[in-house]
Ligand binder design. Sequence first.
Ligand SMILES: Cc1ncc(C[n+]2csc(CCOP(=O)(O)OP(=O)(O)O)c2C)c(N)n1
Ligand SMILES: [Mg+2]
Length: 596
Amino acid sequence: MTGAEIVVQVLADEGTTAIFGYSGGAILPTYDAVFLYNQAQSAAGGRQMPLIVPANEQGAGFMAAGYARSSGRVGVCIVTSGPGATNTVTPVRDCMADSIPLVVVCGQVPTAAIGSDAFQEAPVAALMGSVAKHVFLVTEATQLEATVRTAFEIARTGRPGPVVIDVPKDVQNWSGAFAGAGTLAIPGYRKRLFAANNGHIEDDEAKQFFAALAAAKRPLLYAGGGAINAGAARELREFAAAFDVPVVTTLMGIGAVDTTDRLSLRMLGMHGAAFANYAVEDCDFLVAVGARFDDRVAGVPAKFAPNAKRIAHIDIDRAEINKVKRVHWSHVGQLDDALRTLTTYGRRTDFRADFAAWHRHLDELRQRHAMNYDRASELIQPYYVIEEINRHAKGEAIITTGVGQHQMWAAQYCDFREPRLWLTSGSMGTMGFGLPAAIGAQFANPGRTVIDIDGDASIRMNIGELETVTTYDLPVKVVVLNNFGDGMVKQWQKLFFKGRLSASDKSLHKKDFVRAAQADGFKFAVRLDRKADVPRVVEEFMHYPGPAFLEVIIDPDAGVYPMVGPGQTYDAMITGEHIASRTRVEPEQPGPSEMF
Ligand SMILES: Cc1ncc(C[n+]2csc(CCOP(=O)(O)OP(=O)(O)O)c2C)c(N)n1
Ligand SMILES: [Mg+2]
């Protein structure tokens, strides 16, 4: 087989069902091999790997990420050298920061030309090396097969992440035997992995954990994206239910527990629910599961969960333990195994504690500090639109977002009954994520409703992918909450820069989103600008069977509340006019220690 054919065969062997990418000179042999593979599969009635072509390689990377996030499988992206590879840097960093498994195959100029500033050459290993979980530059064609297989192993094991394989054109054109098995020797990585995978919680450790739980009156689980990435949502739910422990999740952890469950306190952090943040303030035992105390959650680590006498932390990545916050009990290992072991131990030792008073307190917090907004406003409030979408989606749709206020409103007002339904760029916060991620998620989940809840500025970043939706006739639903600008930036400018809206207002922009969608082939493309029409139009949109585009003209001054300002503590949370606060706080000018 040629090197290119070997690459394609290993992709198929690893279970790839769709490839996302854009062709070009240095990757032509591999694109040809995909064509030939699919032709042969078609003739033999086998499974093909459709090659989905975006408008821009950044789109391909986010499609592969949407595919991976929604399915738990490794996303695959194939791009050409130089600009193809550099356009892919952002999604690779985005996947690294959110621990998403991705394999990117980049064409590279022929080995002999590397370093000569050849046409479409870029130092991929150097560029990607600083943002990916691992990078391979294949200079030995005989190593290609094992390298591709090893890339999948590294992407999906341990703390998942993106792996980039840079394949010079001569390596793709090389011919040799296909072994059908074999990986590279990566002893250090496998040793660490083995230790993590086999690090079971022993009885004496479980005993200590339950001693802490027994001593607690107000325990709280704090679940992050790791709980979802590890496939540990079921074990988390079982643990919470077995011992009656409520759960807050991070932005990335949304869906780890059913948001409609009585134990769910929804999202904590900068834009978390007020009752979730008050629960964090009030808890006396915090159990972090696959979460990392990042600055959007623990802006002031020393004052995060100030009443927690004990903190426990379970994670697959040893580097996260005691990184931000000192903990009293920790375990490094597979989250599903760890939670299962704890649940079994607790049941076996007949652990019982009475947290009824804590639950009464939380019920009160939930009621008194419920999410709310200006329901009487004449203008369309974004929360109202999302509530209406949610009524139809019923917590079962896949929802993707851009980055900004709309992202936080969706996180706050949508329900998620299952993990892997909420796809958002959490750590990097990359505008332009929503539309391509929705496309990738739809390919991985053909039967599901997929909705991109986007912002007018975010969608502009990858608006070329509107055409990709109709090219592949995907029933993706796109909602643009149009507040004529960078709403989140404006919110910060109002709070921290005396309302000087430097470069964030788009009210003079000329774009007609509906006509843009129509031009890209959307048959359903509607602008919604009257409050009275919201229920009817949202219903039509939600029931439309094909690609559907909805622009909603929302109140341009709608804010995201609650808000814990950057570098602020939870007791300084601003709840706005419509959510009750425990301690009414006026926004402050940020101090010098402010992070942004
Ligand atoms: C690629 C990128 N550039 C800049 C930013 C900084 N940023 C964060 S939110 C935001 C505004 C987003 O506006 P829009 O998509 O309309 O969402 P809204 O806040 O209005 O709902 C900006 C510029 C970013 N997150 N990503
Ligand atoms: Mg906007």
